[in-house]
Write a protein that binds this ligand. Structure first.
Ligand code: AHR
Length: 503
């Protein structure tokens, strides 16, 4: 049995736990919108056609914000198609996913759904095939109280009060050659800056997110951030980062250590942003919006990519079925995001329903939880107050991709009002248990209190390839970890290989 030590000290905080860390993403892609959040014929559908079973699971997941409507989809999207009477809305080709979109869900439906789900909206504008004017029109429709063409149209469509959407993404993955309207860093920097400047003339209170890199291995990574921020720095608040991880060629060890890549990615984007800051000699700091992250198996997903003259509505696309190891990686990626709460101001798990998602639905049938649902829901529920720096003394494992990496990774949060402290831990080791001792002396001394109760729950299974289905999404559940004990200032817990634990 191996051992590890963690040291907690409330004097060393990274920053606040931000609710926006627990965002998700709904794109017009596959069955995410249609048959996902919206299915008027479904037995659970409410008067607006939204599946209430999905709404309930979204609440249970603890999602704070939802990015919309894309993704690659947004780069060819005409938002005006999705407003007004449904029967008059056009069906359009969606080039990004070779699908058709009937536009039965548009801005007003998305906003109604956000209100029902209790989530903050995050709206993306199309900077692929469109530009400044269309972004301004959408902002006017959403945020201007009334008395103008677009704001009065919103009122006519049934929404009197402005939506006052705060977060706006200036396009999506514009560095990616697959993107409709793909641009060089220089071209995008000009367009994003001009769009941002004009949008702020309508509503100076909005927060703007400029596109960063689609992955940390993009050829333009680093140079892209520097070029874009050099131009857009004063006009924007955040720069995006996207990352997807999967078990490549059966290399489970490297996959389990995916958060090492996320840590480096965040540190590199921060360095690029701060380099531009130094050049510009400004006090303003650009934050990161990690607005697409997840496990995504390009080869394991259930996916029927349409071709030729076939342009279906809501085809089965990117329907990954996640296993226990995937859930542990998702838990570890959340640990990485929390650990960087000083620079990651917002994040979105991509995506929410059916498409690489923690929630799955059957057409006209059941909704169920994937394995990845659990670490996300519990981290969202228990991460409160401040994020603490955690000293980690861990055994290591050898990985082909990252070399020697610690098997134990962890982050802690502490609510200064209640003193309640949460430690989120993963054991990335492929075999064997690890007993972890947590030194909490500083916690109790600082607060002048005794440590009271200690409880732990663990997500793991002897078969890490176990996947949830509509028939069984509960065989592997988060279980009380009875090994958690306290002696004086030391809390001890034993965690199995490939596991996620909350103490
Ligand atoms: O989330 C799926 C796709 O991944 C998004 O549409 C795109 O932005 C990214 O490449």
């Amino acid at each position: 049995m191996s051992t590890a030590r963690l040291h907690l000290d409330p004097a060393f905080t990274v920053g606040p736990v931000r609710r926006r860390t627990f965002g998700a993403f709904v794109e017009h892609l596959g069955r995410c919108v249609y048959e996902g959040i919206y299915e008027p014929e479904h037995p659970s559908a409410d008067a607006d056609g939204f599946r209430t079973d999905v709404l309930e699971l979204t609440k249970e997941l603890g999602v704070s914000s939802v990015r919309y409507p894309g993704g690659n989809f947004v780069s060819g999207y005409r938002w005006e198609d999705g407003i007004g009477p449904r029967e008059e809305r056009p069906v359009r080709l969606d080039l990004a996913w070779h699908s058709s979109d009937p536009n039965h869900v548009g801005v007003d439906e998305y906003m109604a759904w956000c209100e029902k789900a209790g989530v903050e909206p995050m709206m993306a504008v199309n900077l692929g095939t469109r530009g400044v004017q269309e972004a301004l029109d959408l902002l006017e429709y959403c945020n201007v109280p009334g008395g103008t063409y677009w704001s009065d149209l919103r009122r006519k469509n049934g929404r009197e009060e402005p939506y006052r959407i705060t977060m706006w993404c200036l396009g999506n993955e514009m560095d990616g050659p697959w993107q409709i309207g793909h641009k060089t860093a220089e071209e995008y920097a000009r367009l994003a800056t001009e769009t941002a400047r004009a949008m702020r003339m309508i509503d100076p209170t909005i927060e703007l997110i400029v596109c960063g890199s689609s992955a940390s291995d993009m050829e333009t990574f680093g140079a892209w951030e520097a070029t874009v921020l050099n131009e857009a720095y004063e006009q924007v608040d955040m720069i995006s980062a996207h990352a997807y991880y999967w078990e490549k060629d059966g290399d489970l060890a490297s996959f389990m250590a995916s958060a090492v890549n996320m840590d480096h990615f965040i540190d590199s984007v921060t360095a690029a942003a701060d380099w531009v800051r130094a050049v510009k000699k400004t006090d303003k700091r650009i934050m990161i919006s990690f607005d697409e992250w997840n496990v995504w198996y390009m080869d394991r997903a259930e996916s029927v990519p349409p071709k030729g003259d076939d342009w279906p509505v809501a085809p089965v696309l990117l329907e990954d079925h996640y296993n226990v190891a995937d859930a542990v990686v998702v838990g570890n990626l959340l640990i990485s995001l929390l650990r960087h709460t000083d620079r990651v101001a917002s994040a979105s798990l991509a995506q929410l329903v059916n498409v690489i998602a923690p929630i799955m639905t059957e057409k006209s049938g059941r909704a169920y939880k994937q394995t990845t649902f659990h670490p996300f829901a519990l981290t969202s529920q228990f991460a409160r107050g401040d994020v603490l720096q955690v000293g980690i003394d861990s055994p290591t494992m050898t990985t082909a991709r990252f070399g020697e990496v610690p098997t134990i990774d962890a982050v802690a949060t502490r609510d200064p009002d209640t003193g309640e402290t949460s430690v989120f831990v993963v054991n990335r080791a492929l075999e064997g248990e690890t007993t972890i001792s947590i030194d909490t002396r500083a916690l109790t001394e600082w607060a002048d209190t005794e440590l009271t109760g200690v409880s732990a729950s663990t997500y793991a299974h002897s078969d890490h390839t176990w996947q949830a289905t509509a028939d069984d999404d509960a065989t592997v559940a988060v279980q009380t970890n009875e090994s958690a004990t306290r002696e004086g200032h030391t809390v001890t817990v034993t965690v199995p290989a490939i596991s996620w634990t909350h103490l």
